[in-house]
Write a protein that binds this ligand. Structure first.
Ligand code: DP6
Length: 313
């Protein structure tokens, strides 16, 4: 064991989403998913052995041990305690607003697993680290990789076949635009949201098969660099996922009025010949998908848009 372990990982945006678990303890998903990582946005973690208790620091602030976030982290760390390292000090810097639907838990658990690998000097392959990150937060399995990643749902009860892999297909023109509607903490986190949807939505029955089909189409579209197919499938996939949430009872609607206005703006732009699509996660913010040739037109329509080019850095 070293004196300190370090790790850093980017956030990722799912193009075909993970929504619903077949095992809530191991974070085993009902369906596979595919994502794009956003370089420059993510988490950097330093991990040290501690003596009396865990302590968690997020962006220079110590978290109360009873805060839900700190509790979930300590439960995850239970998997890794040893006689030599009974407790941990976790110091994380996040360059994304926490719990704003920008997947900070994904980059957080991925960075933590890399820091564990470093601290204990396991030298595990990425797929094994992805499996461990998945146990912290499902979408974290995909944040171990830059670029596109595929999370295989797997079939086994022990989850050993449920991990993500890189889809190595650089696409230099690919752009993601972040439309921030509201960065406040979301009222219902994804874990609880999935629970609510799978328990109380008849429409959800149709979701896992559609998500698997969409995942396959998007992987093909990435390999063929067929942007229209990718964008249309990703937008439809996101709206289908949100439809299952809305059709739960009680209903779960992450959108705000401004989210809908932004969606309509995207559709107007498309009618005007600007090829741009959106995707949305468990929050009100939109993520726009477009190619570099449309960057000017999209930025003009969305002032203040934060544009990330995953393959150009
Ligand atoms: C809508 O990975 O945050 O962003 O496994 O319970 O931590 P837990 O859920 P999480 O869910 C992400 C849901 C999503 C879609 C996606 O990223 O695939």
């Amino acid at each position: 064991t070293k004196a300190q372990g370090v790790g850093s990982a980017p956030v990722n945006i799912a193009l075909s989403k993970y929504w619903g678990k077949r095992d809530a303890v191991l974070n085993l998903p009902q369906n596979g998913s595919v994502s794009i990582s956003l370089p420059g946005l993510g988490s950097e973690t330093q991990l040290k052995p501690a003596v009396a208790q865990d302590s968690v620091w997020l962006n220079d602030q110590q978290l109360d041990a009873s805060a839900p976030f700190a509790k979930r982290l300590s439960e995850f760390l239970n998997l890794f305690r040893t006689a030599e390292v009974p407790f941990f000090e976790v110091v994380t810097q996040n360059s994304v607003p926490t719990a704003a639907g920008l997947a900070s838990s994904a980059s957080g658990y991925a960075a933590l697993v890399l820091a564990l690998d470093d601290l204990f000097d396991w030298q595990l392959p990425m797929t094994q680290l992805s499996l461990l990150a998945r146990m912290g937060s499902g979408s974290a399995s995909r944040s171990l990789y830059p670029g596109f990643a595929i999370w295989h749902a797997g079939q086994q009860g022990d989850g050993l076949d449920s991990f993500a892999e890189a889809l190595d297909a650089p696409w230099p023109e690919f752009c993601v635009g972040l439309v921030e509607i509201d960065v406040a903490e979301k009222p219902v986190g994804s874990t609880a949201g999935m629970q609510q949807t799978t328990a109380a939505c008849a429409l959800y029955q149709a979701w896992p098969a559609q998500a698997e089909r969409d995942k396959a189409v998007i992987i093909d579209a990435i390999r063929a660099q067929d942007f229209s197919r990718l964008g249309a499938t990703a937008e439809h996939n996101a709206l289908s996922m949100h439809a299952t949430m809305i059709a739960s009872w009680p209903p779960l609607l992450y959108w705000q009025a401004e989210s809908v206005i932004a969606m309509q703006q995207v559709w107007t732009l498309r009618q005007q010949g600007v090829e741009v699509y959106f995707t949305m996660d468990a929050g009100p913010n939109l993520k726009l998908l477009f190619l570099a040739a449309q960057k000017k037109a999209v930025s003009a329509a969305f002032p203040g848009l934060k544009v990330i080019e995953p393959f150009s850095s």
